[in-house]
Write a protein that binds this ligand. Structure first.
Ligand code: FAD
Length: 297
């Protein structure tokens, strides 16, 4: 099988994010998800990097396996946390040697926990703009970075937030993937700010596919994403009903993506949590077709 380019009539571009598995069972589940999502010909698939570099080896192993066993383009996440520049540079060189050509460059969060003040590791990269510069000095990687439609909690104001995004682009980033959000207007307002600031790289909506609403609320609180009352109301009374929560999550994700797509968004990055079902149903509703089906038609 070969992944081909997707034309606009086959739906928007999609990418899928996975986390490195901790056990053999989790690894089997991840690979089953990757196999199910493969026919959608993702633009790329990314693998996260655990807080403090805790998943360094597992991230690397997962990314290498994607390179070795599929023709999908992997993007390896990398952070600045708890490592010197030399240590991070070694990881970057290992990726280059393994044939990886795309890195998602991130600062990471304070190892002491969210809410604490971030402090650069002694001798380490200070933030994602510095890291992007370091990556580009080692190899001609494609570099994606994070961006924040509701402003990063550490940014004093919108000007500071957008200046940071500009610094990442000046350092060589060519795509920004958003933190997850729940209201399409949040994205549209952000896009307007970004374009007014003269930033013209793709701002790809990051779409969270988390049917565990309690978990979702925790994640949202930690990263400053606002969950509208309407969504709280939809999940109310479903704590003990995972099947219905799954359906509700699929519906809400598809509804938001459809509005974003109608408003001009032509690429989506799905936080899959290593599960294929919700990503597949959202893509089906968005008109993202399996390229095998397109060929057969
Ligand atoms: P940066 O943009 O480098 O900095 C964040 C903010 O800090 C800036 O907006 C600015 O307000 C402030 N700041 C930074 N440097 C300076 C400076 N020199 N002067 C003044 N202000 C400064 N985390 C992980 O641990 N692993 C992952 O795999 C991972 N994947 C992610 C993927 C995406 C798409 C996104 C959006 C986030 C991801 N995260 C991940 C979370 C990310 O690490 C956190 O959001 C982190 O708090 C910020 O990372 P950043 O790269 O956006 O930081």
């Amino acid at each position: 099988m070969t992944v081909m380019g997707r034309s606009s009539s086959q739906g928007p571009k999609v990418s899928f994010e996975f986390f490195p598995p901790k056990s053999e069972e989790a690894e089997a589940k991840l690979w089953s998800s990757i196999e199910r999502l493969y026919p959608l010909a993702p633009d790329f698939v990314s693998v996260t990097y655990g807080a403090g570099g805790s998943t360094r080896d597992r991230t690397h192993r997962t990314v290498r396996r994607i390179v070795a066993e599929t023709d999908m383009k992997p993007a390896a996440h990398l952070t600045c946390v708890s490592a010197t520049c030399e240590e991070v540079d070694e990881v970057i060189r290992d990726y280059w040697d393994a044939g990886v050509r795309h890195i998602v460059a991130l600062r990471g969060d304070p190892p002491e926990g969210l809410g604490e003040r971030y402090q650069a590791y002694p001798g380490g990269y200070g933030n994602s703009a510095d890291l992007t510069r370091g990556i580009k000095a080692i190899g001609d990687f494609e570099v994606s970075v994070g961006c924040y439609p509701e402003k990063h909690p550490d940014s004093a104001d919108w000007d500071a937030d957008l200046d940071m995004l500009k610094a990442k682009i000046d350092a060589g980033a060519t795509r920004a993937i958003t933190q997850f959000f729940f209201d399409p207007d949040v994205y549209f307002r952000y896009l307007e700010r970004v374009r007014k600031a003269g930033i013209d790289i793709p701002i790809v909506p990051g779409v969270m596919l988390q049917p565990n609403f309690k978990g979702l609320k925790r994640m949202a609180q930690m990263c400053g994403a606002h969950i509208p009352d309407r969504i709280h109301a939809v999940y109310e009374g479903l704590d003990e009903d995972p099947d219905t929560r799954e359906l509700v999550t699929a519906h809400l994700a598809a509804e938001m993506c459809e509005t974003l797509n109608q408003g001009g968004a032509d690429a989506f990055h799905f936080y899959t949590l290593n599960r294929a079902g919700l990503a597949l149903s959202t893509c089906a509703l968005l008109g993202v077709k399996s390229l095998q089906d397109v060929k057969a038609a």
